[in-house]
Every structure is written in structure tokens, then in C-alpha cells.
Design a protein around this ligand. Structure first.
Ligand code: ADP
Ligand code: MG
Length: 384
């Protein structure tokens, strides 16, 4: 996939006075503050989006931001819009009716953020023709800047480009370009996959066994491989349903943790073969991180998705140490995944990853994995 398969911002032509429907990803974690007020906990996606908004303002576009939020605290984008407004002037618009009045008064360079598409209308997720038409009437042109939602066949992703001229945003294009490095990789290429749910990640692993020089499987995924090799994994988290890992478990380019941490208080790192029936594997040990760091010293490309341990329970050390090793390495690196980024942010490492010119931090979780597995996304196809 190259940028030539879709039109980019540079090829969009003059936008002054044009009404741009900007599909963005504002699905950021929200927490309740002490006074009960809603607060943005992590603004990584917002920070990434700001340059695009500034560019549209400069171009004199009338921008209407379309986005969604899925949060246990709220189903409104109001708090997010208020947060964005502290960075650059935007107006929150709470319904399509209000948008009708508001849009008529917008001046060149103005930006409005429309309420959560998914709570406004079930037609967003259903990709209903009716809802798509309602949205389309507010725009002259459509820009997809929401790579991380582009694996979803929703109205604002695949519907709108059927009704309006369209182009890809710079962030979207950057995601496609960076992730595409993995298809014709520099070598040695190290692919690191952590997290959980092997049942959703197996096709990806199979694909990269043929492309990478080393596929390291960590996190809860490793438990399934240990079990496949006949080792005891005790109470450790496993994949759901039966999956066939026989080829993977013996593959010469597939590596797994050489030491693990289990749930016993004050436990020392164990060899995978020492895990007992009452143990629960929750992280990789230091030997494993040393091994990966050595691999990263000579690597030219690193692709990493998924934490190596159960960081929510405090088992975050190996993930943090691996991130430091990636920063030290001169390899190009692409990192991504909602939980992976959450660990980096929590450890105060996200900023330095973002500032590091060798490292690209993807906003995509599921979209990143889908793109890597299939080489495209429904939202990319819709811009073809
Ligand atoms: P990402 O969001 O970065 O793509 P995933 O969603 O695939 O990552 O996986 C993250 C989840 O995997 C986290 O909830 C984390 O606690 C869990 N996890 C990682 N390693 C382990 C482990 N050894 N045992 C249990 N859970 C784990
Ligand atoms: Mg996740």
C-alpha cells in the first residue's frame, strides 16, 4: 500500500471556504475528577490530531470534526471538545439540528466538533444510507484522519466517501506509510507481539513468520505456546477456544520468554519449565528483556504491539525495560496498541518515544493489527 492509492491533503486542492468533514479519532480515556468533572486522562490522540486541525484552519476551511467515544464515564464528546478547545479554538455542537444552525454561521478557519456519532444515531455503526446522507449534507469534502477506526465499516468511515469527494489526512497517511515498512522490511526485522487473545492474533503471527527474522511472542500469548510445548502453565491466562499452535511452538524463528514472573509475592524469576500448577504467569523476567535488548542492538526494523505483562496488576517492568531498549536501539521502530501506549504513558516514556525520530507510535490498536495482517482496511479501500 502506498500513498499513491489514495489522494492526500497535499492533493486536495484549495480548501478556503470549503466545508470539510474531518473524521478524526477522539476516543480518548476519560476519568472522573475529584469534583465529579470529566477529565481527559491521556491526550496522545488529540496531540497527534492538532497539526491537522491547525492546517485546516490555515487553509481557511470550515471544519466539522466527526468522531466517537466509547467510555464507561460518558457517551458524550463534550469534555473532549472542551479539552481540545484549551489547545485550539473549537466549538462543540451537540446535535445535527444544532449543527444546521451552527454550520450556516461558520467562518473560514472555524472548527466545530460534533457530538459522539455513535450516540447520535445507530446508523453510524450500521453504515445506514440515511445517516450517511444526513452527515454528507454538511460537507463539500471528506477527509479521513481516523486510521485507528478504519477497520470498521461505519457510516463515517466507508459511507461518506461514497457521497463526497475524499482524501486521506496526513496522520492517516503517516500510519499507512510507517506500518507498510513491515511488508518490505529492512533486515534484521524483529517482530514483538504481546498482550492477550491469541485467537485474534494468530493470522498476524503466521504472516510475519515469513517476513521477520525473529518473531517474539510475549504477554499472555506466550502461555499458549508454553502449553503447546507441554509445559505446565498453572492458572495463567490462556486463549479462548482451541487454536492450533503446533507449527509455531517449534518454529525456529519464533521465540518466547526465557524467564517469567508469577503471582507469588516476592517470587524470583522462574524458568518456564519451573512454573507450577498454582502459579499464574504475569510477566517476562529480566533475562528475557536482556535477550530482546541484544536482538535490538543489531535490528534494523522493530515492530511491537502488546504489553509483555499484566500491567494493570503492576507487572509492567519488562514492558518498560523493553521500551527503553527500543529507544536505545538505532533500529526503526513502530509501536502501537492501546494498552501498549497506556504502559508507556504511565511510565512517562511516551513523550520521549514521540520525540524519537527512529520511533513511530501508531494510534491504531485493532486497526494496526488488521492492517498488518491484511495489508489494507475497509477505510483505506473506501478512499481508493
Ligand atoms: P494492545 O492494546 O496494546 O494492543 P492487547 O489488548 O492485545 O494490547 O493486550 C493487553 C492486555 O494483555 C492487557 O490487559 C494486559 O494486562 C494483558 N496481558 C499481558 N500479559 C499478560 C499476562 N502474562 N497475563 C495476563 N494478562 C496479560
Ligand atoms: Mg488492548
Amino acid at each position: 500500500m502506498s500513498s499513491s492509492s489514495y489522494k492526500t491533503f497535499d492533493q486536495a486542492g484549495p480548501l478556503a471556504g470549503k466545508r470539510v468533514l474531518l473524521r478524526a479519532d477522539l476516543n480518548v480515556p476519560i476519568v472522573k475528577g475529584e469534583g465529579g468533572q470529566l477529565e481527559v486522562r491521556d491526550d496522545f490522540r488529540i496531540e497527534k490530531l492538532l497539526p491537522t486541525i491547525e492546517r485546516l484552519k490555515k487553509a481557511g476551511a470550515k471544519t466539522i470534526v466527526l468522531a466517537h467515544i466509547e467510555s464507561v464515564e460518558t457517551n458524550s464528546l463534550r469534555a473532549v471538545a472542551e479539552y481540545v478547545n484549551t489547545k485550539t479554538a473549537v466549538t462543540f455542537v451537540e446535535s445535527l439540528d444544532t449543527l444546521s444552525t451552527h454550520a450556516a454561521q461558520m467562518k473560514n478557519g472555524d472548527v466545530a466538533i460534533l457530538e459522539n456519532l455513535r450516540s447520535l444515531d445507530a446508523g453510524e455503526k450500521e453504515n445506514s444510507a440515511d445517516f450517511t446522507k444526513k452527515l454528507a449534507q454538511f460537507g463539500d469534502v471528506y477527509m479521513n484522519e481516523a486510521f485507528s477506526v478504519s477497520h470498521r465499516p461505519h457510516a463515517s468511515i466507508v459511507g461518506l466517501p461514497k457521497l463526497l469527494p475524499y482524501f486521506a489526512g496526513p496522520l492517516f497517511d503517516s500510519e499507512v506509510q510507517h506500518l507498510s515498512q513491515a511488508f518490505q522490511p529492512l533486515h534484521p526485522f524483529v517482530f514483538i507481539l504481546g498482550g492477550a487473545k491469541f485467537e485474534t492474533k494468530l493470522p498476524l503471527v503466521q504472516k510475519f513468520l515469513n517476513k521477520a527474522d525473529l518473531v517474539f511472542i510475549g504477554g499472555a500469548l506466550a502461555n499458549d505456546i508454553f502449553a503447546q510445548r507441554g509445559l505446565e502453565v498453572g492458572q495463567s491466562l490462556r486463549a479462548k477456544g482451541a487454536i492450533d499452535l503446533s507449527a509455531l511452538a517449534t518454529h525456529p524463528r519464533c521465540a518466547t520468554p526465557v524467564d517469567v514472573l508469577v503471582n507469588t509475592p516476592d517470587s524470583y524469576p522462574k524458568l518456564p519449565a519451573e512454573v507450577s500448577a498454582t502459579d499464574r504467569i504475569l510477566d517476562c523476567g529480566p533475562e528475557t528483556v536482556d535477550y530482546l535488548s541484544r536482538m535490538l542492538r543489531t535490528a534494523k526494523l522493530v515492530l511491537w504491539n502488546g504489553p509483555l505483562g499484566d500491567y494493570e496488576k503492576g507487572f509492567e517492568q519488562s514492558t518498560i525495560d523493553l521500551a527503553k531498549a527500543v529507544m536505545k536501539s538505532s533500529a526503526r521502530a513502530v509501536l502501537g496498541g492501546g494498552d501498549t501506549i497506556a504502559v508507556l504513558a504511565k511510565a512517562g516514556l511516551l513523550e520521549s518515544c514521540l520525540d524519537n525520530e527512529h520511533i513511530f507510535v501508531s494510534t491504531g490498536g485493532g486497526a494496526m493489527l488488521d492492517f498488518l495482517a491484511n495489508g489494507t482496511l475497509v477505510g483505506i479501500e473506501a478512499l481508493a
